[in-house]
Every structure is written in structure tokens, then in C-alpha cells.
Design a protein around this ligand. Structure first.
Ligand SMILES: *Cc1c(COP(=O)(O)O)cnc(C)c1O
Length: 466
């Protein structure tokens, strides 16, 4: 036993007489850690445990306590930085939490491709070099009615590539009502200027008319594009007016200028069945007259992070030929996951069932209520500190900003902040939401397969909580 300096030492005495690094390394429990982890990592873990005891954490009272503290430091040091967690925020497409979880089919496709070689840029039939851009193009054509398609790293990259290709050194006409910030300090006007296009702002924040575009197209003999941006994360109401893509098409065509429609969230099928209406699908946007449409792969489409560009053949060909395309090129795992996700959309019913974010959005409140009941049962007596309450989930990720989705949560109204921290720092981390001094664990965003882990995490966090 390591002596802490007094017969019945209190915390202060123990802190004054902390054991040495070497003494701790000689403990049997610590020696056995050396068989599992490199010596340097164990020494670091010993130092971390000593540091935290020195700086005010509880000082272990015996050898077992020290071994446990050192084991915990070691576990923390070797755990990966990027790790799974449970999203109990009720925000389905949470950008901070990785947006869309992938469908099983997409995960299988990635696994199939990840460990070996593939025909990423090889045409097997012809026996010669092929193009990585061939892989998702035909599915995207089929699902959107587009003449051609191109996939890059994300929608922001898609926008820069599109504008740089058609409007570099020329003007891009955009309504002042669409100069939006998407989040994480990503602003449409900034990204437009970086692409080399000169911003030609028309209209006002609340009203932009067709004539505003007409005037700009007539003045600016150098206009390279008309840009429409979907207001993803807010709505404007009241005295408002905007020119639709359908109305813009004839005047843009007359001026020989393409229309780039940034949809943001990539809807491939209408989601009216889920009570979500009013956002155009990519097919609608093209039919309305957009020359090209840009959208994200990991928002409502429910696939991997990607920027999808669909539209007219000649414009897509020009984008593909732009040297910048090389710096935004998408990797094989993304293409594998995207192709498998897109394939699910061939049968919309199947897409709604198997694409996790669509399944989450489609779960009935009654089903969530039953899960909440089972969750409380699994947690046991400590669950009596919670109530099953009605809550409101949201789509997030810049889609259907005003949709409030009825949901069910476990609500803890005692020591909400403390409990939030315990759950967040547990393994796996559980991220809830604190509102009105209550901690809400919203079940709409918890994967069905995570219920058991969530019950364990809740049990552990409640155990010994004040
Ligand atoms: C989200 C969004 C983007 C950016 O998409 P990423 O795939 O995150 O780069 C661009 N435009 C709009 C309208 C968006 O909603």
C-alpha cells in the first residue's frame, strides 16, 4: 500500500503526500496495463492521474483507487478523437453531430470498396482508364430527369465550381433576399466572390421582382449567371415578392445566361407523406427551368457528405473540365455510399423505410411513446426521476426551417445541467437538450438500435447523481 502520510488521511493530507510516478508504476494493476499499452502511454496516464489529483480532483484513497484512475486516463488517451454518440437533441440533421446517419446498404457498399481495389477510374468493359464521375451519374439522371450529373465534395464546393466555371470575372445576379448565411460563418455572398464572380445584387431583402433581374441582365452585358438560393434555414413572411425560376428562365435564356439554383437540401422525392411540404425536389427545380441545380448529399437526401450537381449536358461538361474540379473531387467511399443511397430511391417506399433520417422523420408519435416507456423500464427505478413528455423535433440541416415535428422525450427536471454533463461525458456520449431548466432526451433522433445503450448511459448518469 502506498502511504499517504497519515493514519487517517483526509483529502488535503493526501494531496500533500501524493505517491511518486515510479511508485504508481510498480502497482500490480498498473504493471498489467503495461502488457496492453505502450510504456510511454501508461506513464502519461500515471502523470495525468497525478495531475488531476493535484489540481483538485478526488485523491484516490488506496491502490485500487489509483489503478482505476490510471486506467481511466489511459482509456481516455487511447480513445479515437472521432467517435459515435447518441443524438437525443431532436434535431434530425444536426451539422455538429455529423448530419445524416447512413443506410445499411450504404455502409455495406463502403465496406465492400474500402478494403481493396475498385474500378474507381477504370472502365472494365473497355479495359482502359475510366472516370470516377461516371459512377453516380446515371442514377442521378434517372432520379432527377437531368441530362447529366457531377458529384463533388459538398454543396459549397459545387457552388464555387459552378460559379467559377460560368461566371469567373463576370457577374452573378442574385436577389438581396437570398444573400444568406448557411451556418458556421458560411455566407453565400462570400463564397460567390471567392469563385471569381462579381456579385450583382438586385431587389431588396423582402421583395425582388422579375424586372429587377431584367434590368440587371440588360445593364450587365457581362453577366455570367443568374443565381437562385433556397432559403434553407429561415422563412420570410409578410410584404414579400420573389421571381420564380420558371419566370426567370425566358429572360435568362434570351440573355444567354445559365440559371444556377442552389437547393441546399437535396430532395429527390416529395416528403408530403411525412407532413413536410413546400420544398422543391431536384426534378421540380430542373423542370422549372434551372440550368443546373446544386444540393448536399448529407442533408435530406440522407447519404454521405457530397455536393451533387445536376442539369444540362454542356454546362455539366464545362464544370467537369474546369481544373478546379480536381480539387473538389469526391473519394471512392463517398461514391460507394452515395450510389447505394441513390439506388434506394428507385423505390420511394423503400427509401422512406431504409434511409435513417427519413425513417426517423416518419416514425409515429405513438411508436416513440412506446419506446420511451420501454426505455424507462430498462433504466429501472432511477427512471422515476423522468417524465415522458411531448416535445418538438426539427429537421435541421437547412431544410423545412419552420417545420415543428411532434415528438416524445424523457424530461428530467432536477439538476438538468449536471445530468446533461454526465451524459455528455459518458461513453457513448449522449447529447440531449436543456430547455426551461429541463433536460430533454428526445427519442425521434435516437436510432432504434441505440435504445439499449441509451438505457445503460441513463442508468450510469443517474446513478450517484445528486
Ligand atoms: C447547406 C447548404 C449549402 C452547403 O452545403 P454543404 O453540403 O454543407 O456544403 C449550400 N447552400 C444551401 C442553400 C444550403 O442549405
Amino acid at each position: 500500500m502506498i502511504r499517504n502520510g497519515s493514519a487517517a488521511p483526509n483529502q488535503v493530507d493526501r494531496r500533500r503526500a501524493l505517491p511518486s510516478v515510479n511508485a504508481l508504476l510498480e502497482l500490480r494493476g498498473v504493471e498489467s496495463l503495461l502488457e496492453r499499452a505502450p510504456r510511454a502511454a501508461v506513464v502519461d496516464a500515471v502523470r495525468t492521474a497525478l495531475d488531476s489529483a493535484r489540481s483538485g480532483a478526488l485523491v484516490p484513497s488506496d491502490d485500487d483507487g489509483w489503478v482505476a484512475a490510471i486506467e481511466q486516463s489511459l482509456a481516455r488517451a487511447v480513445q479515437p478523437s472521432l467517435r459515435p454518440l447518441i443524438n437525443a437533441t431532436g434535431v434530425v440533421l444536426h451539422t455538429n453531430l455529423g448530419r445524416a446517419p447512413l443506410a445499411p446498404a450504404a455502409i455495406e457498399a463502403m465496406t465492400r470498396i474500402a478494403g481493396g481495389y475498385s474500378n474507381l477510374e477504370y472502365d472494365i468493359d473497355a479495359g482502359k482508364r475510366g472516370s470516377r464521375y461516371a459512377h453516380c451519374a446515371s442514377l442521378l439522371r434517372e432520379l432527377t430527369g437531368a441530362e447529366d450529373a457531377l458529384v463533388v465534395n459538398n454543396c459549397a464546393a459545387a457552388l464555387v465550381l459552378a460559379l467559377n466555371t460560368v461566371a469567373n470575372g463576370r457577374g452573378a445576379i442574385i436577389s438581396r433576399g437570398e444573400l444568406v448565411e448557411i451556418g458556421g460563418s458560411f455566407r453565400i455572398p462570400d463564397i460567390m466572390e471567392r469563385s471569381g464572380a462579381r456579385l450583382i445584387e438586385v431587389g431588396t431583402t423582402n421583395r425582388t421582382h422579375l424586372e429587377d433581374y431584367e434590368r440587371a441582365l440588360a445593364d450587365a452585358t457581362t453577366a455570367g449567371a443568374v443565381m437562385k438560393v433556397h432559403r434553407s434555414n429561415f422563412t420570410i413572411e409578410g410584404f414579400v415578392a420573389e421571381a420564380s425560376v420558371a419566370a426567370l428562365r425566358p429572360i435568362a435564356e434570351k440573355a444567354g445566361v445559365p440559371i444556377i439554383h442552389d437547393l441546399g437540401s437535396g430532395l429527390l422525392i416529395p416528403l408530403d407523406a411525412l407532413g413536410l411540404t413546400g420544398e422543391p425536389t431536384a426534378r421540380d427545380a430542373l423542370r422549372d427551368g434551372a440550368t443546373i441545380v446544386t444540393m448536399s448529399g448529407d442533408k435530406l437526401l440522407g447519404g454521405p457528405q457530397a455536393g451533387i450537381i445536376v442539369g444540362e449536358r454542356t454546362t455539366i461538361a464545362a464544370l467537369r473540365a474546369n481544373p478546379l474540379a480536381r480539387s473538389y473531387r469526391v473519394d471512392k467511399l463517398t461514391l460507394a455510399a452515395l450510389e447505394a443511397t441513390l439506388a434506394l430511391y428507385r423505390d420511394p417506399e423503400r427509401a422512406l423505410r431504409e434511409i435513417p433520417i427519413l425513417a426517423m422523420l416518419g416514425t409515429s408519435v405513438e411508436a416513440l411513446r412506446q419506446r420511451a416507456g420501454r426505455l424507462r423500464d430498462a433504466v429501472g427505478p432511477l427512471a422515476s426521476r423522468s417524465d415522458i413528455v411531448e416535445s418538438e423535433a426539427s429537421v435541421g440541416g437547412g431544410a423545412f426551417p419552420s417545420a415543428r415535428i411532434p415528438s416524445i422525450a424523457l424530461a428530467f427536471d432536477k439538476n438538468a445541467a449536471e445530468l446533461e454533463g454526465r451524459l455528455r461525458l459518458g461513453e457513448p456520449a449522449v447529447i440531449g437538450r436543456v430547455a426551461d431548466e429541463k433536460l430533454l432526451i428526445d427519442l425521434r433522433t435516437v436510432g432504434v438500435g441505440d435504445d439499449a445503450a441509451l438505457a445503460l448511459a441513463l442508468g450510469a448518469a443517474l446513478h450517484g447523481a445528486p
